[in-house]
Design a protein around this ligand. Structure first.
Ligand SMILES: CC(C)(COP(=O)(O)OP(=O)(O)OC[C@H]1O[C@@H](n2cnc3c(N)ncnc32)[C@H](O)[C@@H]1OP(=O)(O)O)[C@@H](O)C(=O)NCCC(=O)NCCS
Length: 146
């Protein structure tokens, strides 16, 4: 794992396009590079190169996991977990006590991953997502309790 750099953007956008029905635009990723409030890290593997990425941002004692995706051929090898753990570890180093994220109600795989790290649902945002319209679950992690 390493911090994302500008030359990663083509691979990041390719993973993003395959991972989400409403993907982030290039500018949304590019503006994160070098921002000290942001943890934008990529995971690489010997066989497929850039295998996934995570975006988290932190303000005072709160943070948000804003994006997480792993390339299809690299899934179920623990990479998503490593990326998520890196964002939680950075939160600890910054004295962030609470992390939040939103996940589609139907995204059982991601929900299982987050729950395995101790995230729990605090609320539901009805019809939050588009393409397709769906509720978001807001999950919270008490970082100090890990
Ligand atoms: C969610 C995602 C990042 C997981 O990445 P991954 O590298 O496959 O995840 P890991 O291999 O680290 O798996 C960690 C845990 O997630 C859960 N998980 C992962 N794949 C799963 C599957 N197919 N079915 C059920 N649970 C699964 C399990 O709890 C797993 O732990 P385990 O392997 O010990 O059982 C990946 O599936 C992805 O990119 N999905 C599309 C984008 C997305 O939904 N991002 C999250 C948006 S909120």
């Amino acid at each position: 794992m390493r911090p994302a750099v500008a030359s990663d953007m083509i691979a990041v956008l390719d993973i993003e396009a395959h991972a989400f029905s409403d993907p982030w635009h290039r500018a949304s990723f590019e503006r994160l590079i070098g921002d000290m409030r942001v943890h934008f890290a990529v995971a690489t593997s010997a066989d497929i190169g850039l295998a996934g990425y995570v975006v988290a941002w932190y303000v005072m004692d709160e943070g948000e996991i804003a994006n997480l995706a792993v390339a299809l051929p690299a899934r179920r090898r623990g990479i998503g977990g490593v990326l998520l753990d890196s964002a939680i570890a950075v939160a600890r180093t910054r004295a962030v006590t609470t992390l939040y994220l939103e996940v589609r109600d139907s995204n059982q795989v991601a929900r299982a991953l987050y729950e395995s790290r101790g995230f729990h649902q605090i609320t539901r945002r009805r019809r939050y997502y588009r393409r397709p319209v769906e509720d978001a679950l807001v999950l919270k992690l008490n970082v100090s309790l890990g």
